[in-house]
Design a protein around this ligand. Structure first.
Ligand code: FAD
Ligand code: SF4
Ligand code: SF4
Length: 398
């Protein structure tokens, strides 16, 4: 028998049933016999469906040894040389995991003009930072960033690799995982170490947030996860911390890139509910799109941003960038005001860690009232205008 993990025996009749069953397009029929190519991920889908039992998966009898994969690696996303706060959250969580494992914590930063960013990553807890600093890397592109990050990971050989589940992280993470031929759990909201196996327990919401699935990566390294922004607690800077900053050479001639950046234009509508200290959100209880004008007035009076529940976005009352929740954005403001929002599990998934939650709702039994610090039970069209008047009065009084 060959050493390949999936074998096809002489019994194969070339019927092609396995070809359609393989999710990775790893089977071809040559001379009336199935052949497995390098795209095979040993998922096992083909084995039970073969009508003549010609496919066998080799079970690994010796447990794989990953002893040389050590440490926690954090990808430090940056924009114009400024580290995205999600990287500090990953350092906060990563430090916890590394301490449990008694292993080091690393960071990788890619871009242009990164001296301050690298120093900040050390102050926030990284033991070692790999820096890829070159003008050719000033703008994010999938090809060069994933190529460099894959090379950095192969060099550092971390046991755990964390990336923020931002728009960039969500496209970069899977590309790097595929190049490294390892698994990735997307959009995690919880990370822990299994005391017995020392595996990374990667928890994420599943089935619309109704259950939490805990996933682990047993047969490959690194154990990769993208992690939701604003869920973990940021590592605070410690000016006395020291660490190793390694400036890696970047050779533009070696960089593969299928994209040419002609210009960069920032989005016109700059809605940033994620970083706002105060978020005032509106839901179906507004009754009509115009209701958001009132929500905006309250947000303006408080100096906050406008959020929204999903049905209001689905109905086109307000843009998607305002949506809070499982399929929208996660926010963690100091104050979250929910106007006419029932507080479904999917909505709560994006706001329940806010410091103070105030609900304005006609129904005192609404789930949002149960998780709120304060619930104003009444018609929002009566409560909100009074609230705006009081805030304005307070401001004029100084
Ligand atoms: P409703 O549930 O209809 O609540 C309206 C509330 O307004 C009620 O509590 C009512 O008492 C109150 N009200 C009515 N009139 C007034 C008034 N005049 N004054 C005061 N209160 C009033 N939802 C999200 O929000 N974000 C998500 O990211 C999200 N993702 C989802 C993902 C999946 C896979 C699924 C299946 C669902 C998702 N949902 C999400 C939808 C979610 O299940 C709920 O349907 C949604 O959150 C309900 O929105 P709502 O609270 O605005 O509306
Ligand atoms: Fe051969 Fe079985 Fe695949 Fe049919 S399903 S082609 S018999 S390996
Ligand atoms: Fe395709 Fe999975 Fe079978 Fe490999 S084990 S050939 S990936 S179905």
């Amino acid at each position: 028998m060959s050493n390949k993990p999936v074998n096809v025996s002489e019994a194969c009749t070339g019927c092609s049933v396995c070809v359609t069953a393989c999710p990775f397009g790893a089977i071809t029929i040559t001379n009336n016999k199935a052949e497995i190519n390098d795209a095979c991920r040993v998922c096992g889908a083909c084995e039970p469906i073969c009508p003549v039992k010609a496919i066998t998966l080799k079970k690994s009898d010796t447990p794989q040894n990953f002893a040389d994969w050590r440490g926690v690696l954090v990808y430090a996303e940056q924009h114009d040389g400024k580290v995205h706060p999600v990287a500090y959250e990953l350092l906060g969580k990563g430090k916890e995991l590394a301490t449990t494992l008694e292993e080091p914590i690393y960071a990788v930063v890619i871009g242009s003009g990164l001296t301050k960013a690298a120093e900040e990553l050390i102050k926030r807890g990284a033991n070692k930072v790999l820096v890829y600093d070159h003008t050719v890397l000033a703008t994010y592109r999938d090809d060069p960033y994933s190529q460099i990050l894959t090379e950095a990971t192969r060099e550092l050989k971390p046991s755990i690799f964390l990336i923020g589940a931002t728009s960039i992280g969500r496209t970069l993470g899977p590309r790097v995982a595929a190049k490294l031929r390892t698994g990735l759990t997307a959009d995690c909201t919880g990370l822990d170490i299994d005391q017995e196996t020392r595996l990374l327990l990667q928890t994420r919401p599943a089935y619309g947030g109704n259950i939490m699935a805990t996933i682990y990566t047993q047969n490959s390294r690194p154990q990769m996860a993208t992690v939701r922004y604003k869920v973990m607690t940021e590592a605070q800077p410690d000016p006395s911390r020291n660490g190793e900053i390694v400036n890696k050479p970047v050779d533009p001639a070696r960089i593969q890139d299928r994209v040419k950046v002609l210009a960069f234009e920032a989005a016109k509508e700059q809605v940033n509910i994620v970083d706002a200290d105060i978020v005032v959100s509106g839901g179906k209880g507004l009754g009509e799109p115009k209701g958001f004008e009132l929500v905006k007035q309250l947000a303006d009076a408080l100096g906050g941003a406008v959020g929204a529940s999903r049905p209001t976005v689905d109905e086109g009352w307000i843009g998607y960038r305002h949506q809070v929740g499982l399929s929208g954005r996660t926010v963690r403001p100091k104050l979250y005001l929910a106007c006419g929002i029932s507080g479904s599990v999917q909505h709560q998934a994006g706001m329940k860690t806010s410091d103070v939650i105030i609900a304005i709702n006609k129904d005192k039994e609404a789930p949002i009232c149960r998780i709120s610090t304060l619930a104003a039970v009444g018609d929002l069209y009566e409560v909100v205008p009074r609230l705006i008047t009081r805030i304005k009065e307070q401001k004029t009084r100084g």
